[in-house]
Design a protein around this ligand. Structure first.
Ligand SMILES: [Zn+2]
Length: 487
């Protein structure tokens, strides 16, 4: 007859492991809800940290009991407190008396759940019971939660792989072999760069000197050019897929695996990607420039920040908020590094596609018209249009210098495409509201092209960015994409 030692009663068959599984549940839950934007590496890091926290908690419980069953129950109650504190805090924050510092608010808020948690923990360790039934119920529940999330994540990825496989089999259009020459191609997406017509209407500012200067350099500059999209990702997806964007598919994925980069790669182009968000990294890139704000602070990363905000570490994120105006220097650097890195890239051997997603004049407003940092308290301020306009004027000037630099330093005349993803959208955020902006205004965009050797008179004045790469491929590679109707 075998005697089960009281130490391990109820601990057989791993019934005590569920608090560890439970510790990665919030990570998977948040991932599944934001699966299009979050990278798998972020999930792995978060899961590792979460498991380490559970591991430390497990070690602590060992100080009070050697009974695995009790230890796992105590750890489970701690992980529950840890991961639901932030959600609880959101519910009760409005009821708290006014305190001047987030630390004090959190100390106050922590009292009720803290007391309940402490009482439960003492009860668990003092009790004579083994809790084996409760542990089994909890283990089953945690497995079900995890299975639900893992199932959802697997289905998403399987669906994506299947789409990719089907597309690669259907053999996307290939550019014909006929090849006159292979110019370097620069494609700038200027985030929220309003059309000159819009700037005049919305802000009473005349940017015609900018347009005239581009035309003097040989650019075609469209008038009344429209995009179909008010959001960044579908707009870029459409530009980089020859105007074909399917709303039923994931716009992030349609950017990451876009047709333009793969067509050019097949023709021997190097792909150089100036990205401003990880979720839009071009997969075909041979070289990438990326200024990760997450290095300045982990709270710049939406996924990590959301995890912090749900947890007991919520206070760290609140403390960061207090100081966040100091971070305008990093927002500036994200834009400035593009202008800093480009000159060296221009001189590298071609043929190359240089794709630049410039996150400006989109907020935060960290440049005035002279390029200086304005008032850090107004970097999100749309109520006074001067903040957007200052940044718009500065970016316009930097773009003119950049175009001149590219044209002067390219070994052979390059193709340059410069377009906004969407126009000025304004803001409805409380305290920073702009005047309402109509959809018609938002989809009006700036669109300029430098096409050496192509007669500009033949281009429709209202050319939409949807047609930009069709025009480029038809002009230089002998393809015959019919131009889409300009919206
Ligand atoms: Zn945008």
């Amino acid at each position: 007859m075998q005697i089960t030692s009281p130490k391990n009663r109820g601990a057989g068959r791993g019934w005590w492991t569920y608090p560890f599984l439970f510790s990665i549940y919030p990570v998977l839950h948040l991932y599944l809800r934001n699966i299009r934007e979050v990278q798998l590496t972020q999930v792995i890091w978060a899961a590792v940290v979460s498991l380490a926290i559970a591991g430390a908690g497990w070690f602590m419980t060992g100080i009070f009991s050697s009974h695995r069953s009790k230890r796992s129950l105590a750890l489970f109650s701690f992980m529950t407190l840890f991961y639901f504190y932030g959600l609880y805090y959101d519910q009760i924050a409005g009821w708290l008396p006014f305190v001047s510092h987030p630390m004090r608010a959190h100390l106050l808020a922590f009292v009720p759940p803290g007391v309940i948690w402490l009482a439960l923990t003492i009860l668990i360790f003092k009790s004579k019971r083994s809790f084996s039934v409760l542990n089994r119920v909890l283990q089953t529940a945690v497995w079900l939660l995890l299975a639900w999330n893992i199932g959802g994540i697997t289905m998403h990825h399987a669906g994506q792989s299947f789409d990719h496989w089907r597309e690669s089999r259907s053999g996307i259009q290939r550019l014909p072999a006929l090849q006159t020459r292979t110019p370097d191609i620069y494609c700038f997406v200027l985030d929220e760069f309003a059309a000159p017509e819009s700037v005049r209407r919305l802000f009473g500012y005349d940017n015609s000197a900018f347009v005239a200067s581009l035309r003097r350099q040989g650019f075609f500059v469209a008038q009344q050019s429209r995009s179909l999209y008010t959001l960044t990702e579908p707009a870029i997806a459409a530009i980089l897929n020859l105007g074909e964007f399917s709303a039923v598919k994931d716009p992030f994925l349609q950017v990451r695996r876009n047709a333009v980069a793969s067509l050019l790669k097949n023709r021997g182009y190097r792909i150089i990607d100036f990205a401003c968000q990880r979720s839009l990294f071009l997969e075909a890139a041979d070289q990438r420039f990326y200024y990760p704000l997450a290095h300045a602070s982990i709270f710049f990363d939406g996924f990590y920040r959301a995890l912090f905000e749900r947890s007991l570490l919520r206070v760290l994120s609140d403390l960061w908020q207090l100081n966040k105006t100091d971070l305008s220097l990093f927002y500036r650097e994200r834009i400035l590094q593009v202008f800093k890195e480009l000159p060296a890239v221009v001189k590298t051997p071609g043929p190359k596609l240089v794709f630049v997603h410039l996150f400006s004049p989109h907020e935060p407003f960290v440049f005035d018209a002279q390029g200086k940092l304005g008032d850090p308290l107004h970097i999100w301020d749309h109520a006074d249009p001067a903040h957007y306009l200052g940044q718009y004027i500065y970016i316009s000037r930097r773009l003119l210098q950049t175009m001149a630099m590219i044209l002067a330093n390219s070994p052979a005349a390059p193709v340059i495409i410069m377009q906004s993803d969407h126009g000025y959208r304004g803001s409805r955020r409380r305290g920073n509201e702009s005047q309402p902006v109509s959809r018609a205004e938002i989809i009006l965009v700036f669109n300029a092209l430098y096409l050496p050797g192509v007669p500009l008179a033949g281009i429709a004045p209202s050319l939409s960015p949807l047609n930009n790469f069709r025009l480029v491929f038809n002009s230089y590679f002998g393809s015959q994409y019919p131009l889409l109707q300009n919206p």
